[in-house]
Each structure stands twice: as structure tokens, then as C-alpha cells.
Design a protein around this ligand. Structure first.
Ligand SMILES: [Zn+2]
Length: 372
């Protein structure tokens, strides 16, 4: 009896391992449509920016972007320990980490590199918003006595969105989305729905592979901005609308460096699927980012470090989606159909798309609502 039990269990494990492995390769296929570009020329000539990374592990590289300021830039084509970008700030008296990443291994990687560069005590880790790729590694911080700071709503939304996925049947989460793909009326709609189901399946897997931990230092948005003096390095935490309803950024005005979280996707279509994402709010946030001047360095939530041209591209992408959506709207095409009909113009053909129904589709649906 016992023998049978064990053999059943090992078959099950092997099968679930293989399923997981193939789902991760699907993510490799779906997510990094665009390889991480080189630094733009303006940044490769900027004296604040290290011309070679401090460390390059493939899945992420750490690069200096200012005095005591570092960016952790993920390359998802080479691995998924971190998945999003982050960074850290080291002053004489204290250091501050940014992001919990998609796995504890990702958070551990960044902490280890920071430790090799600074012995200052860590005052905490700032999480720019609740999404899984920025928060599922939080347990590493908990295990190492590092506080996690985030928007007041972040803990609740991590719990509602991801803890709810643990212990549930994968088929119950992904099955209905696959059914939607099968029922799609057009080939484009079928492809977009299939890609969405695969992306949600990957989120399910990443969620079930971790021990969820939530931020223990809520930042009341009404009390932001909040300034920290790390000793010669003075970042401030600010909040802006747009991507998730929980978005905060870390800005260092004295050096004109901004850790933007997912309020900035560099050379990628903005991800707007969140129920609390706001296209109009996001556009106004991007205009605020531009107001900080030509020499601002942005560490985006995803993609390569950029200057204001990366912010301008995001605005141009919203403009292009809006122009096409307006034509559909005038022609009486319902929002849900228009969402699949946008055509990526030639000039944007090298711009990444995380998944259509996380980016372009919901942007069109939200624009329709804004016009109503
Ligand atoms: Zn996000």
C-alpha cells in the first residue's frame, strides 16, 4: 500500500514539474518579445551612469545610475528570478532597497549585491505596487528582518489577488479563460485570449511557488511625499495615479533620478489591465515625469533605463491607441470588439507587448469608458 502511494505521488510530482516547466517556457515565449535594448546613447555618455554593470547575472544586471544610486535591470529572456526592475540607494547612514521581485531568490540577489557595495544598515525595502512580479519575493525580506514599505492598499491587494490563488485548482482559474479563447469570434481575438490565459497561468504558477508575505509598513498616500535622509542621499517617496491604484515611486531630486515602478514601461506598451488603472491618470503622471527635465534618469518597472524619451514614447503609444480607438468608436464598433482590432503601426513594431489583453485591449476599453 505504502509503495503504491509513493509511486503515485512521484508520478504526480513529475507530471506537475513537467507542466510547470512547459508553462514557464510558454512565458519565455510570451513575455520577452523584445530583447533588452542597449543603453541609449545619451545615457551611455551620462557621467552618472556606470558604463559597465557592477554585476551581470543574465536574468538581471546591476548598474550605477548616480551617487549611491543603483538600478537592477531584468532581462527576462535570460531568466525569471527577478522579472521586474528594482534598485537600491546607499547613503552614509542607511540603505534602501526597491522591489520584492517575483521570487525570494530575486530579492536575495539584489540584497546580496547591495551588501557587497555598502555596509550601511538597511532601513527597508520599498515596493512600488502590489503586482505579483514586484511582490512575490517579499518573504525573503521577512526572513531577514527587513521591513517592506508600500502604499496602504498594497497588502490587501496582494492578499486578495494572490493568496486567493493558493490552494485553488489551476483549472478553476485558467479554464474559464481558455473557454473564452475557444469561443472567440475572430482569429485576433482568439490569439489575444489564448495569450491572456497563458499569462494568467504563469501568474498562478509563480504565486503557488512562493510563500506570500505582505508589506508591514503602510504608506498613507495622503501623507506622501515622504523624504528619507540616508546620509548624503535623500530620496522621496511620491504617489501618482495610473497603473495599479497602489503606485508609488522613489525620486532623488538632487540627482534627478527616478525609480518609477510600473508607471513607466520602457519601450513596451503600458500595462493597463488593473481594475484601478486609469489611462487619463497615467497620461497626466507621464506629463509630470516629463516636467522634471531633459536630464532625468528613469529606472522603469520593466525594460532598459531611459531618459524622458522613454516617457514620451509611452505618451505616444497612448495617443496612437486613442486615435485608432476613436475611429472604431465613431464607426459604432463596441469596445470589446475594438479591443482586438488595434493595429501596431510600423514605427512601434519593436515595442514589446506583455500580453495584448493586459495592455492594448484594456487601454481601448478604458478609453471608451472615459468617453462615455
Ligand atoms: Zn505592475
Amino acid at each position: 500500500m505504502a509503495g503504491n502511494g509513493w509511486s503515485k505521488r512521484s508520478n504526480y510530482s513529475r507530471r506537475s514539474f513537467l507542466t510547470r516547466a512547459s508553462q514557464w517556457s510558454a512565458l519565455f515565449a510570451a513575455y520577452p518579445l523584445v530583447p533588452l535594448p542597449e543603453l541609449a546613447r545619451a545615457l551611455s555618455e551620462d557621467s552618472r551612469v556606470g558604463q559597465t554593470p557592477v554585476v551581470d547575472k543574465g536574468f538581471a544586471a546591476v548598474r550605477k545610475v548616480g551617487d549611491g544610486l543603483y538600478a537592477t535591470i531584468s532581462d527576462t529572456s535570460k531568466g525569471l528570478a527577478t522579472m521586474c526592475n528594482g534598485g537600491f540607494l546607499c547613503g552614509k547612514d542607511a540603505a534602501l532597497l526597491i522591489e520584492g521581485f517575483v521570487s525570494p531568490a530575486g530579492a536575495a540577489f539584489q540584497h546580496e549585491i547591495m551588501r557587497s557595495l555598502s555596509k550601511a544598515p538597511v532601513m527597508g525595502a520599498v515596493e512600488t505596487h502590489y503586482h505579483y512580479d514586484h511582490s512575490l519575493g517579499n518573504a525573503y525580506y521577512g526572513a531577514n528582518g527587513i521591513s517592506v514599505w508600500a502604499h496602504t492598499a498594497t497588502a490587501r491587494r496582494i492578499w486578495e489577488s494572490y493568496a486567493a490563488m493558493q490552494g485553488t485548482d489551476r483549472a478553476a482559474v485558467v479554464g474559464p479563460l481558455e473557454d473564452l479563447a475557444k469561443a472567440a469570434k475572430t482569429e485576433a481575438a482568439r490569439q489575444h485570449a489564448t495569450q491572456y490565459a497563458a499569462a494568467v497561468g504563469n501568474i498562478f504558477n509563480a504565486t503557488n511557488a512562493t510563500v506570500i508575505a505582505v508589506p508591514n509598513r503602510p504608506l498613507d498616500p495622503a501623507k506622501l511625499p515622504l523624504k528619507f535622509d540616508l546620509g548624503g542621499v535623500v530620496p522621496q517617496v511620491e504617489t501618482y495615479p495610473g497603473h495599479s491604484g497602489t503606485d508609488i515611486i522613489v525620486r532623488v531630486p538632487e540627482q534627478n533620478v527616478v525609480y518609477a515602478g510600473d508607471l513607466l514601461f520602457s519601450n513596451m506598451y503600458p500595462v493597463t489591465f488593473d481594475q484601478q488603472a486609469s489611462v487619463s491618470g497615467w497620461r497626466s503622471t507621464l506629463r509630470t515625469f516629463l516636467s522634471w527635465g531633459k536630464d532625468t534618469i528613469f529606472v522603469p518597472g520593466h525594460g532598459q533605463i531611459c531618459g524622458p524619451e522613454g516617457v514620451q514614447l509611452s505618451l505616444d503609444l497612448f495617443d496612437d491607441i486613442e486615435q485608432q480607438a476613436q475611429k472604431f468608436h465613431k464607426a459604432g464598433v463596441p469596445a470589446e470588439e475594438a479591443a482586438d482590432q488595434y493595429v501596431v503601426p510600423d514605427k512601434f513594431k519593436n515595442v514589446g507587448i506583455f500580453s495584448w489583453n493586459h495592455t492594448i485591449g484594456p487601454t481601448i476599453v478604458k478609453l471608451y469608458k472615459e468617453w462615455a
